[in-house]
Design a protein around this ligand. Structure first.
Ligand code: ADP
Ligand code: MG
Length: 324
């Protein structure tokens, strides 16, 4: 199979129909229709096998995740996704792998109305780079620098399952087989919070997606906003599976410092709190208030008695991997 057959048989099928694609895959470049009163939002993320996903991850999980991590970045901007490009290095032409990959990619692309408009295909160690382009109404993008003293800090969904999956995969902890399935799903097939991000445009003061762990990513909001925060550890939302592992000795480390959650962390003025809860209820998405933005710089994580808990302490480091 040559490069052009691979493109037409596999990648050209991984797309949603969109009227704003004038020319898609097949010419020297794509031609797109723009939208009045809107701004383009552009992101790209690269995944390398063995670094961003474990070697021998199911191909459809790789396809899903390659698009999901980019959708998550647009979600954190409050943007509506539209077009993607896909650059991929393949070690060999493996039809089963390509079929699985395209399946995972296409399913998520259809769910979010994303058209695949081009890319590049080369031979090399398995590496995937997706660029995603979307829209926001002019001036309405959610940013990292808008948090204000007194704002509530919220997190969507639950944290730590993906990090727990890596702990389980490395046999650093024994967990039940059905629990492994649950956390492996969180690691391989994260749910990008696209609809949530769009709904938060009119509600949140700042937002970020949690790809590198709550402490690191909330830290980016604090730095950009010139603020600090206190987060209450018992409020950090975790799944039942995570809670079992936490109580069996895992602790809070992976939920607070782990990565790959792809949930949203956002801030909102207290008077927007009811609106935030109502908007997330409509979408069926859990949302939890975990803390408050404060003037004093730095992130303080406190236990139920208000005592500081230090997550940079050695003890938690073995849950961190030098993956990035
Ligand atoms: P060129 O040599 O002009 O750069 P290519 O042979 O690289 O063209 O690609 C031919 C067409 O296929 C282009 O429209 C390109 O965007 C598209 N394409 C190539 N690889 C991919 C891919 N992995 N996914 C989607 N489209 C692709
Ligand atoms: Mg090319």
């Amino acid at each position: 199979m040559d490069e052009f057959e691979i493109i037409s048989r596999y990648f050209a099928t991984a797309t949603s129909p969109r009227p704003d694609v004038v020319i898609g895959i097949g010419d020297d470049a794509a031609v797109l229709e723009t939208r009045a009163g809107h701004q383009l939002v552009v992101t790209t993320d690269m995944l390398a096998e063995g670094i961003h996903f474990p070697t021998a991850t199911e191909p459809d999980a790789v396809g899903h995740k390659a698009l999901a991590v980019n959708l998550s970045d647009l979600a954190a901007m409050g943007a509506e996704p539209a077009w993607a490009t896909l650059s991929i290095a393949l070690p060999a032409v493996d039809p089963d792998w390509l079929e699985g990959f395209v399946d995972g990619f296409a399913r998520l692309a259809l769910e979010h109305g994303v058209a695949l408009i081009g890319g590049d295909t080369v031979r090399g160690p398995l590496t995937i780079s997706v660029q995603l382009i979307g829209w926001v109404p002019r001036g309405r993008a959610l940013r990292r620098d808008g948090a204000r003293v007194g704002d509530d800090i919220f997190v969507s969904g639950a944290l730590g399952d993906a990090a727990l999956a890596l702990v389980a995969a490395d046999k650093r902890m024994d967990i039940a087989a059905s629990d492994v399935d649950h956390v492996r799903r969180a690691l391989d097939r994260p749910t990008p919070r696209v609809r949530e991000g769009i709904a938060l445009r009119e509600l949140a003061s700042a937002a970020i997606d949690i790809s590198d762990g709550l402490t690191a990513d909330l830290g980016h909001i604090l730095t950009a906003s010139g603020a600090g925060a206190t987060v209450s550890l018992p409020r950090v939302p975790v799944s039942e599976v995570y809670a079992r592992a936490r109580d069996a000795g895992l602790g809070w480390g992976p939920a607070v410092c782990g990565g790959d959650d792809y949930e949203l962390c956002f801030t909102a003025a207290p008077e927007r709190s009811a609106g935030v809860h109502a908007a997330m209820r409509v979408l069926g998405t859990p949302v939890t208030r975990v803390g408050t933005i404060e003037g004093a710089p730095g992130l303080r994580i406190v236990d139920s008695e208000g005592k500081r808990v230090d997550f940079d302490a050695a003890g938690y480091d073995h849950f961190r991997r030098s993956r990035r």
